[in-house]
Design a protein around this ligand. Structure first.
Ligand code: ZN
Length: 150
């Protein structure tokens, strides 16, 4: 990866960690599947809620932690809005594969969008869990939402 691209990716992660899409107070957990995930090695914590809305998935989350974990949740929120129920599983699978690639896989920006920015994170085993935390919460909450409403 060129250093210019790496800088662009770092800036993207920083931007998302500051302006967190989908980070809203969780006032009524009864409307959706809900998952609380903790990454004890870094201190990251996320609660994410997902509900089905036709072909779309409503999602919101609250949490605290390092900029990678917060940015990843923000990026995931955007991707869920873009992909809907039809495309989100492919996005999640692609992101998990990238995170386990040890920096050897070029990210597929067509599928991953802004989540491609986390490609460099996969070189640092200690940070992979930071990046995956929100995604684990989403998979859990989404499965619950589907079980509720088909
Ligand atoms: Zn972290």
């Amino acid at each position: 990866m060129s250093s210019g691209l790496e800088q662009l990716y770092q800036q993207l992660i920083l931007d998302h960690s500051r302006t967190r899409h989908g980070n809203e107070p969780l006032t009524d957990p009864s409307w959706a599947g809900s998952s609380h995930q903790v990454n004890p090695t870094c201190g990251d914590e996320i609660t994410l809620e997902a509900a089905l809305d036709g072909d779309n998935i409503d999602v919101r989350w609250d949490g605290q932690g390092c900029s990678i974990s917060m940015a990843s949740a923000s990026v995931l929120t955007d991707l869920i809005a873009e992909s809907g129920r039809e495309g989100i599983e492919a996005v999640v699978a692609e992101f998990k594969e990238l995170m386990h690639s040890k920096g050897k896989t070029e990210p597929d920006e067509e599928v991953l969008g802004d989540a491609a920015a986390f490609a460099g994170v996969s070189k640092y085993p200690a940070r992979i869990k930071c990046a995956l935390l929100a995604w684990a919460a989403f998979e859990d909450a989404y499965a619950q939402a589907r079980a509720m409403k088909g």
